[in-house]
Design a protein around this ligand. Structure first.
Ligand code: SIN
Length: 539
């Protein structure tokens, strides 16, 4: 059993603070929501590292929103629904495609400088499964870094936002099924409580569930795990997106090679130099991400290789260096020149489609608790996210969350709240366990899954559950517990879903089963697992 809290505490005996709204996380979702809320309330924004050290910073491709005359919300909706493989919430997708363009204007008003073409119009690129060029980008391939720069500058100059850097949120605290604040550990390992009328989880994703990921070290699924322990519903966490093209090179990290590189014409070749995507999908290299990632793995297996090549050498040196300066420079550090060399790539974990289930205003099933960005499951992404929809989702739903919180009545005084569990005092080497968990996930709960492997992973994870009953006090341990908590939810859902759909592929159930499985898997600490109907077919 996963305990309600991962530490023992007594609020009466702790330092306490009070604010209107707590925002946990400093990626696009956290920064943007904090700015929106600060127009009418005081906000404490908590970042586990520095303000500009989020997963968003690494986003390359861009932000998808309809701006061109030849494009329309209906086309954006259709592309999103098709990529989502029958599990998107239509209502959430409608919200995304209609409100995205307005939110984009706000990002620009906050100071984000997107790239423009020679005529002064916003330059648009294309990525997999988009029927139109609709993706705005900044400094070529540094879109996330530019957004974080602009928003964090605004946050720092906003008096109603207090920023706590290097602070770690251990758990959200609830009383009578409502969220009343957060338990925080400061840089000196001091634990304190912040009471708030509303709490927004904007903690990002779960890439560190896997040994190979494009996400930074901080993506440890904290929000999903905390929300689960707090009683919120968790939806569709079996759907984990592997980005098809992460750099695969000795001693290099699994650096993202943006899908926009394929959008600008790059092709995939197997180890023998043969182009292969036409055998897998009519859209070839620009097929939905799950299709491309699985095709790559199939080619790797067929040719007994650990990678394939991405080839953009047929494009001009000027285009490559101008559109992809960050990727170009990064590869060059390892002696790989995109102008002349094929780049070795392999899939790596990139994004989790499922997460903390929210309504159309970002509110979770736990009252006063909101989720925004990758940690949430608004229903926009279904079983497979359309490229560059994540940044738009964060601002569209961040805006709605800010509006909803404004309507909340303040929280009254709290009674004493304490949590006590007998916990063993043992030295625990969590880093070793974390690597073990990451390998387990990669091997059995990765791109290709089957019952035997999933059972094995689940049994191993059950053995690791003892760590929840140790008296742990450091961040690495809390992060490990959050990863383990989420890994268990992902594995349980992956075992249950006896079909293949979007990013979830079962070799023992290779077909999509719309009759039985056009459904969501929802998990909660109180009720266990619930399976709930999906929606009608895409147009
Ligand atoms: C990429 O640049 O390929 C990543 C964009 C995304 O994940 O949406």
């Amino acid at each position: 059993m996963i305990p309600r809290y991962i530490v023992n505490f007594d609020l009466e005996r702790m330092r306490r603070e009070r604010t209107d709204v707590v925002v946990v996380g400093a990626g696009i979702a956290g920064l943007y929501t904090a700015l929106q809320v600060s127009t009418y309330a005081d906000v404490i924004l908590i970042s586990k590292k520095k303000l500009d050290d989020s997963n968003t910073r690494w986003a390359q491709g861009g932000i998808a929103a309809v701006t061109a005359k030849s494009d329309s919300p209906a086309l954006h909706r259709q592309d999103t629904l098709v990529a989502g493989a029958g599990l998107c919430s239509r209502a959430a997708v409608e919200v995304l495609v209609h409100e995205g363009p307005e939110r984009l204007k706000e990002l620009i008003a906050y100071g984000t400088q997107f790239d423009k073409d020679d005529e002064g119009r916003y330059a648009l690129t294309r990525e997999g499964a988009h029927s139109k060029r609709r993706i705005l980008h900044a400094h070529g391939d540094a879109t996330g870094a530019e957004i974080v720069r602009a928003l964090s500058e605004r946050v720092r100059e906003t008096p109603r936002i207090t920023v706590l850097e290097d602070h770690f949120v251990i758990d959200v605290v609830t009383h009578e099924q409502q969220c009343v604040g957060v338990l925080v550990m400061g840089p000196d390992d001091d634990m304190f409580f912040i009471q708030s009328d509303a709490t927004v989880l904007a903690t990002g994703g779960a890439g560190q569930l896997y040994r190979y990921t494009t996400n930074p070290e901080i993506a440890t699924a904290d929000g999903i795990a905390m929300a689960y322990r707090a009683g919120a519903e968790i939806q569709d966490v079996e759907f984990i997106q592997f980005h098809p093209t992460a750099l695969y090179y000795p001693d290099a990290p699994r650096f993202l090679i943006s899908e926009a590189v394929r959008g600008e014409g790059a092709i995939l070749r197997n180890i023998n130099g043969q182009r292969f995507m036409e055998q897998y999908h009519p859209l070839k290299e620009l097929a939905p991400r799950d299709v491309v990632a699985r095709a790559i793995v199939t080619e790797m297996e067929r040719t007994n290789s650990a990678y394939v090549y991405l080839d953009i050498t047929h494009e001009s040196e000027e285009l490559i260096k101008h559109r992809f300066p960050t990727i170009y420079k990064f590869c060059l550090q390892y002696g790989l020149d995109m102008v002349t060399d094929w780049i070795p790539v392999a899939p790596a974990c990139h994004y989790i489609m499922g997460g903390v289930r929210t309504d159309l205003h970002g509110e979770t099933s736990t009252s006063r608790l909101f989720a925004c960005g990758e940690v949430s499951c608004t229903g926009v992404h279904g079983a497979n996210r359309l490229a560059s929809n994540s940044l738009s989702e964060a601002v569209v739903f961040g805006h709605r969350i800010a509006k909803r919180i404004k309507e909340l009545a303040p929280l009254g005084a709290l009674p004493p709240i304490r949590f006590e569990l007998p916990r063993e005092h043992r030295p625990a080497n969590v880093m070793k366990e974390r690597v073990k968990l990451q390998k387990l996930m990669l091997r059995h709960v990765g791109l290709k899954r089957h019952e035997k492997g999933l059972q094995k992973a689940s049994q191993e994870m059950e053995r690791m559950m003892r760590f929840f009953h140790y008296a742990l006090r450091d961040r690495e341990s809390f992060e490990f517990l959050n990863l383990l908590n989420t890994a268990l939810l992902t594995t349980r859902a992956a075992l249950l879903r006896e079909e293949s759909r979007g990013s979830h592929y079962r070799s023992d159930f290779p077909q999509t089963d719309d009759l039985i499985w056009r459904k969501h898997i929802i998990q909660s600490i109180q009720e266990g697992v619930r399976i709930e109907g999906g929606e009608a077919d895409v147009e």
